[in-house]
Design a protein around this ligand. Structure first.
Ligand code: ATR
Length: 266
């Protein structure tokens, strides 16, 4: 029987997840479909129950439901609990299992693009304090990073995640950081660029924004010959364990998929 999975969010029209998962379903000859389903926050519980009754095997959960969906889960794994958000749901015997693959995606993408990265090299500066920053903090700690500093426009949110500095002080931390990670929405198409002074930096610049792929921050890093990590790989990598939990195979990100997604995100 054909298996169904879907990404649930609002808005969800521009999600690249259907393209990724349907590519893998075809590649591995699995009978299945992956949809995008737009659900308003107020309808989440009822609609999710309906979809489970219809036989869906699982879901990706995206903005704005990643935290509220936790109330609907029968079980939440340790990673999702630590991050405080669920981005993947697996249905088994009618029970709702929540997990989070964003930290996996963050680390795999970093190792892919910076093979020699040393977690013990020194301070990592994280810009932002939303869900993506939470996943990055978890991933970096798991990888063995001891020295993380967060800077966020609203410092009180950063302070909840770890050691923090005021937003205005981000450049003084950046000077000595070995990696700078942008998890804010700054630099996204239609948003202001992230204003950073990289003149004295020797850090790896990791931007999780992928629309555009080369954000103003990454262009600045490129001009200064700094090592860079682009964001699209995190999206591709976080999808792999989700696919595995529904369809049983840990898929590869091949060239064809990379090119397809690059084109769609452009
Ligand atoms: P996500 O879950 O994807 O991380 P989010 O929770 O909306 O998304 O977080 C967005 C991040 O971008 C936040 O850290 C936000 O800062 P605030 O916590 O102060 O809102 C940051 N951000 C958004 N617009 C910003 C701006 N103009 N200047 C600085 N930071 C900004």
């Amino acid at each position: 029987m054909s298996k169904r999975a879907a990404v649930i969010g609002r808005p969800v029209k521009h999600s690249l997840s259907p393209m990724i998962h349907n590519h893998w379903l075809a590649q591995y000859g699995i009978e299945g479909v992956y949809d995008a389903i737009d659900i308003a926050p107020i309808d989440l519980q009822e609609r999710l129950r309906q979809l489970i009754d219809e036989g869906y095997v699982g879901f990706n959960i995206t903005i704005p439901h990643k935290v509220s969906v936790m109330d609907i889960c029968d079980e939440i794994d340790d990673v999702a609990r630590a991050i405080g958000a669920v981005n993947t749901i697996r249905i088994s015997n009618g029970k709702v299992h929540g997990s989070n693959t964003d930290a996996f995606g963050f680390t795999e993408n970093l190792r892919d693009q910076c093979a020699g990265w040393d977690p013990k090299a020194g301070t990592v500066l994280i810009l932002g304090a939303g869900g993506a920053a939470q996943a990055a903090v978890y991933a970096l700690k798991q990888a063995g990073v001891n020295d993380i500093i967060l800077a966020n426009r609203t410092q009180s949110k950063a302070a909840l995640l770890g050691r923090s500095v005021p937003w205005e002080d981000r450049n003084s931390v950046a000077r000595d950081a070995t990696m700078i990670v942008n998890t804010t929405s700054l630099g996204m198409t239609g948003q202001q660029p992230l204003d950073m002074d990289l003149s004295d930096s020797r850090a790896i610049i990791y931007d999780i924004v992928y629309r555009p792929l080369m954000t103003p921050l990454l262009r600045q890093a490129q001009d200064k010959n700094l090592p860079m990590v682009t964001g699209l790989g995190m999206l591709l990598q976080q999808a792999r364990p989700a696919f595995k939990c529904w369809f049983g195979i840990l898929p590869d990100v091949d060239k064809a998929l990379q090119e397809k997604i690059l084109k769609a995100a452009a």
